[in-house]
Design a protein around this ligand. Sequence first.
Ligand SMILES: *[C@@H]1O[C@H](CO)[C@@H](O)[C@H](O)[C@H]1NC(C)=O
Ligand SMILES: *[C@@H]1O[C@H](CO)[C@@H](O)[C@H](O)[C@H]1NC(C)=O
Ligand SMILES: *[C@@H]1O[C@H](CO)[C@@H](O)[C@H](O)[C@H]1NC(C)=O
Ligand SMILES: *[C@@H]1O[C@H](CO)[C@@H](O)[C@H](O)[C@H]1NC(C)=O
Length: 503
Amino acid sequence: MRRQFSLAVAAVFLSNTRFAWAAPLDTTTVQARQSTIYVPFYDATANKHTSPARGWNSFGLQANKALYGPAGFDFNDYHFAQQCDNMVVQDGYDYICSIDSGWSKNGGDKYARIEPDESIFSWFGFKGLADHLHNNKMKLGVYLLPGAFESDKDTIIEGTNITLGSVLDMDQPWFSLRRSFKWEMDGVQQWHDSVVKYLASLGVDMIKLDYLTPGSPDAGQDLPTDTSPSATKFHNAILNYGNGMRLDLSWKLSRDAPYWSVWQNSADSLRLDQDINNGGQQTFTSWSTVQRAIENYRIFINQQALDSSRQGQGIHIRPDMDNTYYANPESMSGLTDVQRYTMAIHWIGAGANLITGGDLTHMDDLGKMLMYDDEVISVADFTSQWPMRPLNPDNTPNPGGSNASQTQAWISGPNGNGTAVVVLANYGPDEGQAGFGNGDKDNKLVTVSLNTLGIGESQWFVRRVLGGGGSGGGDHDDIGVATEKIESWLGPNESVMYKLEKQ
Ligand SMILES: *[C@@H]1O[C@H](CO)[C@@H](O)[C@H](O)[C@H]1NC(C)=O
Ligand SMILES: *[C@@H]1O[C@H](CO)[C@@H](O)[C@H](O)[C@H]1NC(C)=O
Ligand SMILES: *[C@@H]1O[C@H](CO)[C@@H](O)[C@H](O)[C@H]1NC(C)=O
Ligand SMILES: *[C@@H]1O[C@H](CO)[C@@H](O)[C@H](O)[C@H]1NC(C)=O
């Protein structure tokens, strides 16, 4: 992929991205600096996955019915497959076709297990959809809530003589037809086992467990105060009966003790934010919400990177920053092209789940590039192990700091082989939830020294993988060898993503 570098190539792009050709810094100083900058990394998850999920989720379309017409979509298995058949899959990664709420009946089967609503699966059938996806190297995801249907209270839990009602917690509020459990009682684990066995037998590969608490604020429902044991029970069931199933937890969950450990010990990914889609509107999302989701990731990764008690150990759960919405042009996505680049760059840089909520039957060329370009995906492979962390650029009050800032620098890695990814951004004015307060609309020269990034001890070959669609310059360009700093002009809302290799 990497082209031979020549000075001529670098000169062409100097107007976009500049490098200083200074002599290397004093090594002692650099090492002292280097040792203060911690490099966070991901590790295998509790359910033994080593990469974040990729794929498609139905919620963007189903929650924005105004887009049914343009997308030619309806909430049924024919259209789920029509969307997912457009996914370009890569060996070694799980590409999930994830069906959100609405796939299931409002009551359980003979063992009080949630079951598919056949009216939604009249083309392939539920198992037929799973088979169709599996035959095309894809996987199937479904949506669950903690607890069981109260209407099933007289049902006997599979393999036991225990009635479901005897283990439901009637002191906790009723929500979405369900009751939470008396988590310590005999029968509760067996019920979760039974559900997971059944879903595995139908070909399900991922459970999105939503409305979990503590978290899930502003649900519009009176939720039980603590359903975190449900993540543990599903995890136990998945290890025994889940056949490699993934567990995704949602949303905006408490990361205080002891919950951070509960989530890390049970699931593969953790939603950091509330829903980021524009429910009920003409477009999938909006820039103010994308700014908020990026800010939530900044807080998340700082918790891991700045807390000395968390350093030195891999992060066992990947962030779920919610669905991506950069597959489609502005008329559908609600994002300008530079905003779409910024969303892609940040979700990739975070090593987050790359599950799109977009309309895969109407991608434009930019959407296809951001979703499926080989080089972009190879960067995603790297960041899936090395999450980017913020180090405020040199033109901010606190270079190397980790605060919210209108202009930001991020670095993922370097790994032991001398590969790193650097992102520079100008988020434009704070639309209300970006964390940095007001900002201006100017083009900005964003500068970060290699020292600030903690990599000043070496020279680095720099390739611009994504230029951001504006002032940042073109995509897929070799830039040259950086010896001192990396900088780029960036317009409002614009980001640029570089791949670095140690020389
Ligand atoms: C259920 O109860 C019957 C009758 O007492 C007993 O024979 C059986 O072993 C019990 N089954 C389980 C799984 O406890
Ligand atoms: C940047 O975002 C603001 C707020 O959404 C918008 O008004 C402006 O047009 C955007 N500019 C670009 C180039 O995306
Ligand atoms: C900057 O970040 C530090 C550590 O993350 C935090 O304690 C401090 O409150 C932040 N300052 C501002 C102004 O946000
Ligand atoms: C270095 O690269 C090799 C080959 O790709 C890989 O197996 C190894 O894990 C890498 N080492 C580190 C520390 O990332």
